[in-house]
Design a protein around this ligand. Structure first.
Ligand SMILES: Cc1cc2nc3c(=O)[nH]c(=O)nc-3n(C[C@H](O)[C@H](O)[C@H](O)COP(=O)(O)OP(=O)(O)OC[C@H]3O[C@@H](n4cnc5c(N)ncnc54)[C@H](O)[C@@H]3O)c2cc1C
Length: 385
């Protein structure tokens, strides 16, 4: 374990996908280093598992198109279930501005090649989500290939296949330093000793900023707490329901097990490594939830089953993918701003291609480079949940 062609820091869904995609391209001397005793203890295991192509920017839409097609054949290719359920995402609009926004996004989505997306009138919204309050709804948009995956299972599938092909996974090992010489990166210091390698990938999720600092690289990725609330078994909403997003408040929900999983982005949340669940959040989310989904009044919620995790936010809500300009051999796969599960297949492919070939034909990856922050070439994604 004292050297590898490629060293990946972080064994979440992103590190696992990169490891898999490297082996797919023939690179097998890969070492994944994870500081926890088990994979998935970072954001991957806390995720809501939503996958959607209904984004506002062509880059995010393209990342989703590749990834959702990938999830469609995942089980067969990996020999392991992804849990992909194409039950759709329904965005519910209640103002003319919402409808204009959905129309504009729809145009970009269709232009990028998305076929399953549709704009809806209020009657169609009622048919898809009969449980919600409809008196103020002006319309919506729905994409049938959007849906959910099981993030832990996807991560496991990627890693199992990578390990079958020779990738090594070191758990319970903290990366504490990144070394370099005149040629660039030369290896990593860990809690179990030095490991040499000329290519090191930062796949450290919400902790990516700290890992980048070990290499002297300034990476604008901030942790931001997100909380999810499951209900107890509840049959007033169809288990075939899509993810329903109320654009009025940002409240959204999807079926999970025999109940629902509820989410809402609290605008008062501030950046930081906060992993405790705040019980006061329950009342806040249920107030928004009952407003759109009145039957939620009858659902039971057990606060001890709710949880918190971290989004990894960048200033423009797009990931940072590719080489760090100032340090040859140091690659970044960070800052997914809450979309790292759904974009894990495209990320693995892009980062593996950039490491092995210096280019990727999936999209213009220079747009996602770290230098966009210094040069002011920011992208703008507004469809962040
Ligand atoms: C509540 C919540 C809901 C979400 N919902 C969705 C959703 O619906 N759809 C979606 O696509 N995304 C969602 N996300 C975001 C998604 O979970 C993340 O974008 C994704 O899991 C990021 O994967 P990752 O592998 O980069 O990070 P992680 O899963 O956090 O993995 C990073 C790993 O790096 C390890 N690590 C860190 N530092 C070191 C070090 N120094 N040495 C060794 N190892 C280290 C950590 O232990 C961790 O295991 C959600 C996130 C949260 C919190």
């Amino acid at each position: 374990m004292n050297s590898a062609d490629v060293i990946i820091i972080g064994g979440g869904i992103v590190g696992s996908s990169i490891a898999y995609h490297l082996t797919e391209a023939g690179c097998r001397d890969v070492l994944v280093i994870e500081r926890e005793t088990h994979q998935g203890k970072g954001s991957t295991g806390k995720s809501m598992g939503g996958v959607r192509a209904q984004f506002a920017t062509p880059i995010n839409i393209r990342m989703s198109l590749y990834s959702i097609a990938f999830f469609g054949t995942f089980d067969e290719v990996m020999g392991h279930p992804s849990g992909y359920r194409p039950q759709g995402y329904l965005f519910v609009a209640t103002t003319p501005a919402h409808m204009d926004y959905l129309r504009e996004n729809y145009r970009h989505q269709v232009e990028a090649g998305l076929q399953a997306v549709r704009l809806l009138d209020p009657q169609e919204v009622s048919r898809i989500a009969p449980e919600i309050r409809h008196d103020d709804i002006l319309g919506g948009s729905f994409c049938a290939t959007d849906g959910f995956v099981d993030p832990h299972s996807v991560m496991t599938g990627f890693m199992q296949k990578a390990i079958e092909r020779g990738v090594r996974l070191m758990r319970d090992t903290d990366v504490t330093g990144i070394t370099s010489d005149a040629r660039g990166v030369s290896g990593v210091e860990t809690s179990h000793g030095f490991i040499s390698g000329r290519t090191v990938v930062n796949a450290a999720g919400a902790w990516a900023g700290k890992v980048a600092q070990l290499a002297g690289v300034d990476l604008p990725v901030e942790p931001l707490r997100r909380m999810l609330v499951p209900t107890e078994p509840f049959d007033k909403v169809s288990h075939q329901s899509p993810m329903v997003v109320d654009m009025k408040t940002g409240f959204h929900y999807r079926p999970e097990g025999r109940g629902l999983l509820l989410a809402w982005n609290d605008p008062e949340e501030t950046p930081g490594f906060k992993l405790d669940f705040d019980r006061a959040f329950i009342e806040k989310i249920l107030t928004r939830g009952v407003d759109r989904l009145p039957c939620l009044e009858e659902a039971e919620v057990n606060p001890s089953r709710a949880w918190a995790g971290l989004y990894e936010m960048t200033p423009d809500h797009h990931p940072v993918l590719g080489p760090a300009p100032e340090l040859p051999g140091f690659f970044l796969a960070n800052g997914f701003s809450g979309h790292g599960v759904m974009h894990s297949p495209a990320t693995g492919r892009i980062v593996a291609d950039l490491i092995l070939h210096g280019r990727c034909d999936l999209m213009d990856t220079r747009l996602l480079g770290l230098d966009r922050f210094a040069s002011g070439r920011l992208l703008h994604e507004t469809a962040v949940l």
